[in-house]
Design a protein around this ligand. Structure first.
Ligand code: ADP
Ligand code: MG
Length: 247
C-alpha cells in the first residue's frame, strides 16, 4: 500500500448564515497532496480546517470545484459510491467517540462489523490494539482508560478497514502536550509502516512540525504552504484533475 494522491481544484464550500449572508468556509482552494505525505492543516479557529477535511473525506460535499482522491472523483460520485469511498477512509476526531458499553476489541471491530472483509476481523483488531500499545487491554471498557489511551483505541479503530487515507481533526486537542506528542508520533509511525496519506487539522504546533508539510488556512484560503515537492509532483497531479483523466 502506498497511500493515495489527493487533488483539489478550485474547491468552494459555502454555508448559509440566516437569510442573506453566506460564509465561504473553503474559498477557492487548489491543492495537491502526493500519496504517502503527512500534511498538517493549521490556522485559526474558523479558518476552514474541518470543512476541508470533511470534503476530502466525503462527509460533506463541495459547492464547486473538483476533488479527486486516488482514482475517484468525489465531486462526480453518487451517494452510494461515496459511502463505499468513506468506508475506505480512516477518521480520527478530537473526541474519541468510543462506544462505552463495548470492550476495546469490539470498539475496534465496530466499523467493519456490518461488512464482509477479506481479513479476519478479530485477529486484525488484536494486531491493531497491539500496534497502538494496548494489546493487553482488549477486554477493558473505554471508561477504564486515560484520554491518550482512548485516542489510541480510536486510531486502531480508524485503521481496521485498512485505509490508504487517514483524516484526523484535532486528534490531540483534548490531550496534554506530552500525550499529544506521543499520539502524533504513533500516527506517523503507523503511516510509515502502512504507507498511508495523512491529513491532520491541528492547532498544535508540535503536531504540525512533525508532519512532512504544513498548510496554513485563513478565511477558507491557503495563506502558507511549505510543500517541498509541489514543483515536481504537484502540477502533474493537478493536470490529471483538470484534464478529467481518472488515473
Ligand atoms: P476550523 O475547523 O478551522 O475551526 P471550520 O471548517 O469548522 O473551521 O469552519 C469554517 C467556517 O465555516 C466557520 O466560519 C464556521 O462557522 C463555518 N461553518 C462550518 N461548518 C458550518 C455549518 N455546518 N453551518 C454553518 N457554518 C459552518
Ligand atoms: Mg475544526
Amino acid at each position: 500500500m502506498t497511500g493515495v494522491d489527493i487533488a483539489l481544484d478550485r474547491v468552494v464550500r459555502q454555508f448559509q448564515l440566516g437569510q442573506e449572508e453566506t460564509i465561504d468556509a473553503v474559498n477557492d482552494v487548489t491543492l495537491v497532496i502526493p500519496a504517502g505525505t503527512a500534511v498538517a492543516l493549521t490556522g485559526p479557529s474558523g479558518s476552514g480546517k474541518s470543512t476541508l477535511l470533511h470534503l476530502i473525506g466525503a462527509l460533506d460535499a463541495a459547492d464547486s470545484g473538483r476533488i479527486v482522491v486516488g482514482d475517484q472523483e468525489l465531486t462526480a460520485m453518487r451517494e452510494r459510491d461515496l459511502s463505499r469511498y468513506r468506508r475506505g477512509v480512516g477518521f480520527v476526531f478530537q473526541r474519541y467517540n468510543l462506544l462505552p458499553a463495548l470492550t476495546l476489541l469490539d470498539n475496534v471491530i465496530a466499523p467493519v462489523l456490518p461488512y464482509r472483509t477479506h481479513f479476519d476481523k478479530v485477529s486484525r483488531a488484536r494486531e491493531l490494539l497491539a500496534a497502538v500499545g494496548l494489546g493487553d487491554r482488549e477486554k477493558s471498557l473505554p471508561s477504564r482508560l486515560s484520554g491518550g489511551q482512548q485516542q489510541r483505541v480510536a486510531i486502531a479503530r480508524a485503521l481496521i478497514g485498512q485505509p490508504r487515507l487517514l483524516l484526523a481533526d484535532e486528534p490531540t486537542g483534548n490531550l496534554d502536550s506530552r500525550t499529544g506528542g506521543d499520539i502524533i508520533r504513533l500516527l506517523l509511525g503507523l503511516k510509515s509502516d502502512r504507507g498511508m496519506t495523512i491529513v491532520v487539522a491541528t492547532h498544535d504546533p508540535v503536531v504540525a512540525s512533525r508532519c512532512d508539510r504544513v498548510i496554513r488556512l485563513r478565511d477558507g484560503r491557503i495563506t502558507d504552504d511549505n510543500a517541498v515537492d509541489a514543483d515536481t509532483e504537484g502540477p502533474a497531479l493537478l493536470e490529471r484533475v483538470r484534464g478529467q483523466i481518472p488515473n
